[in-house]
Structure formats: C-alpha cells, structure tokens
Design a protein around this ligand. Sequence first.
Ligand code: GCB
Length: 623
Amino acid sequence: MGRTMWGYAAAGMMLATGAPLYAQDAAPRPGPVLAAADLRDGTDLSGPWHYSIDPFRSGISGFHGGMPDSGQQRWKDVDVRAEMAKDSRVLYEFDLPHSPLTSLPSSWLTQAPELRHYDGLMWYQRTFTAPAVRKGRYFLRFGAANYATIVYLNGKPVGKHEGGFTPFAFDVTGLLRDGQNQVTVGVDSQATEATVPPPVTDWENYGGITRPVRLIQTPDTYVDDAWVRLTRDGKMAVDVHLDGPQAANQPVRLRIAELGLDRAGITDAKGDWRATMAAPRALVRWSPGRPRLYDVAVTAGEDQWHDRIGFRTIERRGADILLNGKPIFLRGISMHEEELGVDPTRAMTPAASRALLSEIKDGLHGNFVRLAHYPHSDVTVRLADELGLIVWSEVPVYWRVAWSNPDTLNRARTMLAENILRDRNRASIAIWSVANETPVTDARNVFLRTLVGDVRRLDDTRLVSAALLVERGEGADHPVMTLADPLADALDVMAINTYNGWYTQDRLTDLARSEWRVPADKPLIFSEFGADARAGFHDPANKQKFSEEFQADYYRATLGMADHVPTLRGMSPWILKDFRSPRRQNPDFQQGWNRKGLISETGQRKEAFGVLSDYYGTKAGQR
Ligand code: GCB
C-alpha cells in the first residue's frame, strides 16, 4: 500500500465512498450516490467558514509520523482560549473559531493575497444549527473539494474522499446533536505522482471547497439512485436503488405526469428495481433544437425523489454520430470550469455558467461543449440540458498518470463512477471521455481499457471516447498525421487534439493539405485545436503569434483542413475563454493565462470568435 493522502489520521477512518475498495473486475460503486442531490431538501452550508493553513500537515500526523499532537488536532471541539486561560499546562497551536473567515464555495486562491500560490492542506470550520426535531437520515454532501478531503463533525471523524471534481456524501445522522454543531474539513490541494490528475497540467489548481456543502435530509429508507432513460433501441428504462432498513421488497413507483406514465414495481432483496417499457407516444425527444425536459418522480415509502430529465438516443453508425436516429455534426468548443472575470475562483454559480454557455449556444451557433478536463459542476451540466448543448464529459486522466499504480487506477475508476452516477440522467451528456493526450504504453492501455469497461457497465446508453495523440510524419509537401493508438479499437468516437501551425513551424497556408490517416469506420472529433491571442493586440501587417489576426487566420486554416477530413463529425476547439495557467508566463501576452480563448477573461470577443461563429452558423443552416 502506498502512502495515502491522509497519513496517520486516514488509517482510523471509515472510507467516504465505496468501502471496501473495488475488486478489479467490478465497476466501482461509490456511495451514498444521492442522485439529484441538488434538488433535495437541505440546509445550505455556503457562506462564511473559518480557515487556517497547515503546510506541514501537523493536523494530520505528528512530525514523527504518528498521531498529531493534541495541540494540533484541528477537529477538536474545544474552546481554545478558555482552556488555555484555565490551565497553564494546556497548549493549542490553532484556534479555528478565531481564525480568519472566507466565503465558501470558492477556491482559497482568491481569498487572500498570501493564498494566491498556496498549495497544500487547508482547514475549514463552521458551526450550524441542526433541526430541533430530527427525523430520518442526514447526509453531509460536498459538491466537490479539490483535491483530498477529510471531514469531522463535533470532534468525531466522519470520512474522507479523494478527487477534486466529483461529489461525495457522508451519513452523519448519528453524529448530529441538538443546537450548535461544529464541522471541520481539511482539504489538501497538493497533487502527487499518484493522483488524478498528476501535478503537471495546464490549468490552475484551484484548491479548496469549490462547490456547495449541504446537509441533506432523507427518510430512513430513501431513493439513493434512480436512472431513467431511453435505451439504445428507444425503450424507456428505469433503475432504482433504495438504501435503508426498508430497502428490500419495497413498492416503488415511477411517474412522468406530463406523459401519463405511471409504473409500479417492487424492489428485490438488495433494494433494486429495474423495469423497461415502451416509450410514451407523446414523448418529445430532447435535442439541441428542442431541449425538452420532463419532471420525473420516483416514490418509495416515505421518500419522494424527483429530477428534470430529457430523453434521447445517441449512437454511432459507421462513421456517423446519430442523435435520435439522425446524423449530427457537433459544433462545439472546449471550456474549463472557470468563471468570467479578472480573478476567477472556480465558483460556478448558475449566472456564471449561463454567461459562458450562452456564448456557445447563441454567440457561436454551437450545439456541443467539451467540459475539459474533469467533471464540471452539476450547475453547468443541468444548464446544458436546459439550453440544448450536447456535452462531452471527461475525467482528469491527463498526460502522464501513474499507469502501473493500482491505487491510481482505483482513484480514476472511482472518479469516473462518481461522475457517471451523478450525471447519467442528463440528456445533454453524449460522450464519456476517459483520458486526454496520454502517451501509448502497455500499462496505459490496460489502465484506459479498464476505464472504458467501467463506462460500459455503468452506462450503456452513451458513447465512449478519449482525446488521443497522433504521430506526425512528412509527405512530399505536407504533414501526414497518423492515428496509430491501439485504444481506438475500444472507443466509439476517436478524438484528436491538433495544434499544427501553433506549436509547430507549419505555415498556415499549408494546413489544408495535411493528410489524416485515421480509421475510416468510426467518427472522428477534433477535440482541440487553437492558438493564443491577447485580446486587443493587433498586428495586421505581420500577424505575429499572439495577435488576434494570427488566431483568426489559424482558425480559418484549421477549419479549411477540417473540411478535408472525411470522417470528421465534430469539433471542440481550444477554448472558449482565456483561463489561468501557471505554465503560461510570457509577460507581454500571457501573464499567467492561457490565451487560446475566443473570448478574453472578461468576455471580450476576439476576431477568431467571429470566424468560428460564421463557420458554425453556415453549418447549422446545412443540417
Ligand atoms: C492541449 C491540452 C490542453 C492545453 C492545450 C494548450 O493539448 O489538452 O489542456 O491547455 O493543449 O493550450 O496547449
């Protein structure tokens, strides 16, 4: 067993999700799932929390590696000032209730100037009042915390979680007390060689609690998971999982009132109910042109679960992608989870998400978004459902992860499962991607094939892809790009990131003659292409790199090249908005930002925005 993120304290704690860890052949099933948790009743714990840095992780283990010193145990439920005043032998080297305040959810990077580059362990604490009369179960649910999290309630360990972009929840029913409750959370942002993603990326590592924390109340037996969808052959299917003492042999009912659908069933001994039925005649299928959603209710005992769900099919036939049986071209763009503004903090409110997605839908005439390079907020995915944007969803298996490390594989599998279980009711999601730009080795192939297998077990209604690397060769007077990745066999959609003319010396005028050698029987997506431009920097005469003119010409040339790739069925150029990246330090043009956005960090459209918008506008008219 390698070093865990949580050293000593982790050893004595129950696992947040999925204990025991998974057998290699079974798709991990994290728990509790709390599907559609964002629509359940609960107390929002957003707002002021105290915080305190712990760069040496003294609250996790003592300097010799054992139990942390008593004066360092941040989760203790003590009045530090009173205890020290009372007894001169007592020593505390923290006092969270008297530490500075921050507002959550938000990364800490923007919360104080001295935290701008802090990468390590941070402690958060707040109190809240539990309902006076408690009934049923209470879950402490985190939308996401980056990267590893350890949670205590009223001085007692609750659980831990690893992974910066997926939700997790703990049943805290037995730990709540009347009146004031104290919750303490340690969040460690530091990546290691064994984490997913690894330490080297091309985006800001926004440490902290970046999505809402809520105390969710359910009956003793509740609907932990419900998945309602169209199968590949157009039938309506439902899977329900109940959790609690009455989960077995329990009557369950599925209702979609607007469609007159009302179906009853009984759970099995494990609390599962599964049924398939003809899709109602009146069903209007979800599509970008008509993103129809329905209120779906599942009732079981005292619990009433509901969600807003769209229904559609997505398939591959030969080199085509079919939405509701019809070929579709994905007019997309990539985006990071980073809101507009000069000082983003990865707090994706509905307004922040809408500002970005409407640039895609209305500004670019797009129908597709690649949510790179990790699961984005459920706010964004729900909005994509509502606006009619097809989504590519991805896990942060990025560049070089520790392919041979079984713990790393388990982390990736858990994240993937958490992502799929959170989002498989979202009609917008069409593609699950398992990796981005990963160099081919045997160990990597085994790792990624395991993830592809997990996707197929957890969700057989969507397509699987990965952004792959291509080999470059030289033809007589043109580049020859060859996709020789053995993983392609396992995927439904092949995806390629291409930067010829930006990272290479190719002349833009030569791009259209590039030759693409890719399998002819599967759809291809250009999952990335792009060039930096600093908004407002013009150089019409020389069109040097970083000028708006260069970026616009680069788009014209690359789109011209794309038109010659016979199996191309979509694209998600890199990227909608300039985003923070510490690796980008050209002081004239970048200043810590990757400038490949079609809009600047404040939303200013660059010339290339118009190029892509015209291209998509024309394409949209064609279909
Ligand atoms: C890529 C990566 C993306 C980078 C981008 C770039 O291929 O997938 O994460 O940000 O290139 O700008 O170089």
